[in-house]
Write a protein that binds this ligand. Structure first.
Ligand SMILES: [Fe+2]
Length: 280
């Protein structure tokens, strides 16, 4: 849809910005603590579905199936829970694998309510809720680049050096697959496509997408220990970057292994995981 062109283009540039942050991070060895910090924030971003299931949302939905919820809807829900849970599991394993410290998602869930390291995530959530209160269009626009469409994952594809980097690269492919293959996050399936019906809608949505994405970009740079300068981040916000389109994302996860194969490889690797980019 022509009205969506500017929104798609802006998103594809912000996506490239997040990928640039991840590749800049891995372009040189960094202290173990920085890797652990980066991973902990990522893991905390992936526990949302565990929190939902723990609250009983899934049980409640199962009770509605064949009444006001369809069988296909529950399958889609379960698939999303499975995907997000496996993102959590792989990244959590990697965090434990490099640090040797036991991870507990409930502790993370508690910490992210107030901890400094989770401030960026909280700011993103707040912006999303505020925009969502304006209108369904604003809500969909605030969701449009949510999850970044695997942007950070894109920046980790092709990492090599040690078991840590190789497993991270495989994790990134699986995450990209999950975001691209079935999610509503990307492409024409996103609800925003149906909601943008005029030039004004497109303008309003673009503004929300840009605000949200700029906030995400800042949060990413913080997460990765500021591998990009403030000027570079500003330039990216201004659009000075090659966009990463959906075809590039799709091509990037070709040949992704499944999570069983991933776990076999993880288990076979000596612990703590050796990382060529990890300074111990
Ligand atoms: Fe995820």
């Amino acid at each position: 849809m022509a009205l969506m062109t500017a929104i798609e283009d802006a998103t594809a540039r912000f996506r490239a910005g997040e990928a640039e942050i991840a590749s800049a991070f891995f372009s040189q060895p960094r202290p173990l603590e920085q890797h652990a910090f980066m991973l902990r924030i990522q893991v905390a971003r992936e526990i949302r579905n565990l929190v939902e299931i723990s609250r009983g949302e899934l049980t409640e939905q199962v009770d509605r199936v064949d009444a006001d919820m369809t069988r296909d809807e529950i399958v889609a829900e379960l698939r999303e829970h499975y995907y997000e849970t496996r993102h959590y599991a792989m990244l959590g394993n990697l965090l434990e694998g490099i640090t040797g410290e036991h991870l507990d998602w409930k502790v993370l869930a508690q910490e992210r309510e107030t901890a400094d390291w989770a401030a960026a995530g909280r700011r993103e959530g707040k912006l999303k809720r505020e925009r969502a209160a304006i209108s369904p269009l604003h809500a969909a626009a605030a969701q449009f680049n949510s999850g970044g469409g695997g942007s950070v994952a894109f920046g980790m594809i092709g990492l090599a050096g040690g078991a840590y980097e190789e497993l991270l690269a495989e994790t990134a492919k699986i995450i990209l697959h999950d975001e691209m293959a079935h999610g509503e996050v990307l492409g024409g399936r996103n609800p925003l496509y149906a909601l943008v019906t005029s030039e004004e809608d497109a303008q309003a949505a673009l503004e929300v997408v840009r605000d949200y994405s700029a906030l995400r970009l800042e949060g990413r740079n913080f997460q990765f220990g500021y591998p990009l300068s403030g000027e570079r981040v500003e330039a990216i916000v201004g659009g000075d970057i090659e966009p990463i389109g959906l075809d590039a994302l799709e091509a990037a996860y070709a040949g992704a292994i499944d999570d069983e194969e991933w776990l076999d490889r993880y288990r076979a690797a000596p612990k703590p995981l050796a990382g060529a980019t990890v300074l111990r």
